[in-house]
Ligand binder design. Structure first.
Ligand SMILES: Nc1nc2c(ncn2[C@@H]2O[C@H](COP(=O)(O)OP(=O)(O)O)[C@@H](O)[C@H]2O)c(=O)[nH]1
Ligand SMILES: [Mg+2]
Ligand SMILES: [Zn+2]
Length: 299
């Protein structure tokens, strides 16, 4: 009878989960079918079984999680035990601000700290995004301006990352993997190690992967667009996830105000008075349609 061990799910592999044990070694673990979803970032209890492999017995309670819509109206956990999520943007590809706002809304709803990263500030187009970024700073979001190509701004970001578990999210092509590489000198080594366990010859970065940072803290790089649905956010709750709306909520004439065309809406009046960003408000109206439904963007 072998002892039950603790571990951390670092990614999904074709045949199971890659679990990092207490010594930093990767073990390919199978799960019991009735265990349900185990996600990257989960703390688990597992036991060694045949060969070099293991079996996950239990997913330990999560301090936070992000989910996406799945079949049959259910949700699937995308990542667990996150402390902060970065929305990564770049001048190229052109920012999808609606996606950014959707991620920020979901993080707010799930009580996960969110911040923005503008990558590729070495490109000339970067300064054109400043006006939009200031809307977020005014809302209270921290914005990091970096270039993984030149290394500019990386130190400030590093000092933020060395505690807790952070996740990079956003459109594909903005530089999430490049940033992970810049922060993790031995990332390729790690990917090689995961490949050896996947039995596929290579670890395709099609699943979100958790890396331990050299200065402490953990980083999850998610492939392509990590879609966090608004399905679980009721349309009546969406406005509360907009930090910049907070000063106006409760000041509308009707207390069930949706802040759309309602009479005496303090939010809309703030937009008209120029104290609230019209761009953020317009995207709120679009997300309102998605809230409470399984509809989501990206792919
Ligand atoms: N000019 C410039 N290009 C970058 C920078 N960071 C990443 N890239 C490029 O952007 C492209 C997409 O990067 P990648 O890391 O794969 O993006 P991901 O899809 O978000 O993981 C690659 O061609 C990178 O070389 C940067 O700081 N400046
Ligand atoms: Mg990538
Ligand atoms: Zn209102």
């Amino acid at each position: 009878m072998q002892a039950i061990r603790q571990g951390r799910v670092v990614c999904h592999l074709g045949k199971g989960l890659a679990v990092e044990d207490e010594t930093g070694r990767i073990v390919l673990c199978h799960t019991r079918r009735r265990l349900g979803d185990a996600a990257v970032g989960d703390h688990v209890r597992w036991e060694p079984c045949e060969g070099d492999q293991g079996r996950v017995l239990e997913v330990l309670p999560r301090r936070s999680s992000l989910v996406r819509p799945a079949h049959g109206g259910r949700v699937r956990v995308v990542a667990a035990n996150l402390d902060r999520v970065f929305v990564v943007l770049a001048p190229e590809p052109e920012p999808d601000w609606l996606l950014a706002d959707q991620i920020l809304a979901v993080c707010e709803y799930r009580h996960i700290t969110a911040a923005l990263i503008l990558n590729k500030i070495d490109l000339v187009g970067a300064s054109a995004l400043e006006r939009a970024l200031r809307d977020y700073e005014a809302a209270g979001y921290e914005v990091f301006r970096i270039s993984t190509r030149t290394g500019a701004g990386l130190d400030a970001l590093r000092s933020m990352l060395h505690t807790g578990c952070s996740m990079l999210s956003g459109q594909s092509g903005v530089g999430k993997s490049s940033l992970t590489n810049a922060l993790l000198p031995d990332r390729n080594l790690r990917i090689g190690e995961l490949s050896a366990h996947s039995g596929l010859g290579r670890h395709t970065t099609t699943s979100a992967t958790l890396y331990s940072l050299p200065g402490g803290g953990e980083l999850i790089d998610s492939p392509g667009v990590a879609v966090f649905g608004l399905a679980e956010v009721d349309p009546t709750e969406l406005a509360q996830t907009y930090r910049d709306f907070h000063p106006y909520l409760g000041k509308c004439r009707f207390n069930d105000c949706r802040h759309v065309r309602d009479k005496g809406c303090a939010v809309r009046e703030a937009v008209e008075a120029g104290t609230l960003s019209p761009a953020r408000y317009e995207r709120y109206l679009k997300l309102l349609v998605r809230a409470g439904t399984a509809e989501f963007s990206g792919g």
